[in-house]
Ligand binder design. Structure first.
Ligand SMILES: Cc1cc2nc3c(=O)[nH]c(=O)nc-3n(C[C@H](O)[C@H](O)[C@H](O)COP(=O)(O)O)c2cc1C
Length: 193
């Protein structure tokens, strides 16, 4: 059993975070879910899940789910003494990216990300915006240099996706790969054999 923090911000693409949480819970992992206020609103808009229906949905996958109020700075994940195997902010807004890059730690998501970096634990940020300005790019460079992994949700087409679900699973598969978790969410390139 591993323990992961999944952060969902107000960028487009909360479906990636939901699919990731489903996969982690399905394999029996512990998922600590932190959604920003905008994350909750955009998730409701894009997927129809309100915060409570989302947690009810995720609980069907097994594992162990714990979700937090964004301002709960007394939560275990706010402390480096609470061990986690990694944190994934997916999708990551440019606003959250900027606040994490500057170490502001003004809410639980930003604090948990800051803790992961200071403890040298895996932090994966899945930024969603296009096009990117130099401020976005500078923040991503700073975060990468501080040890975070920048994993943009850029779809590939070499595996022949047929549906939106295939595109989503490709990105979630890449996140799981980066966490060192075996998965067959997408068809791997084998040189065309
Ligand atoms: C429907 C919708 C889609 C959005 N998509 C993005 C996006 O893809 N990337 C982004 O950086 N911000 C996006 N935003 C703006 C963010 O929600 C906004 O910057 C917000 O302050 C982010 O707050 P948070 O980081 O605390 O979640 C979107 C907003 C809405 C309403």
């Amino acid at each position: 059993m591993s323990r992961y923090i999944v952060g969902i911000t107000g960028a487009s693409g909360s479906i990636y975070g939901i699919r990731l949480a489903e996969e982690l819970l399905k394999k029996g992992d512990e998922v600590h879910l932190i959604m920003t206020d905008n994350g909750r609103m955009v998730t409701a808009h894009e997927t129809g899940y309100a915060a409570d229906t989302l947690t009810a949905h995720l609980k069907e996958y097994g594992g162990k789910l714990r979700s937090y109020d964004i301002n709960d700075l007394f939560a275990p994940v706010a402390s480096g003494s609470f061990k986690v195997d990694g944190m994934i902010v997916v999708p990551c807004s440019m606003a959250a990216l900027a606040r994490i890059a500057t170490g502001i730690s003004g809410n639980l998501l930003e604090r948990a990300a800051d803790v992961c970096m200071k403890e040298r634990r895996r932090l994966i940020l899945v930024p969603r915006e296009t096009p990117l300005n130099s401020i976005h790019l500078g923040n991503m460079l700073a975060l990468s240099q501080a040890g975070a992994v920048i994993l943009p949700p850029m779809p590939a087409f070499y595996h022949g996706p047929q549906s939106i679900s295939d595109v989503v699973d490709f990105i979630v598969g890449k996140i799981l790969d980066n966490l060192g978790i075996e998965n067959d969410l997408y068809k791997r390139w084998n040189g065309g054999l």
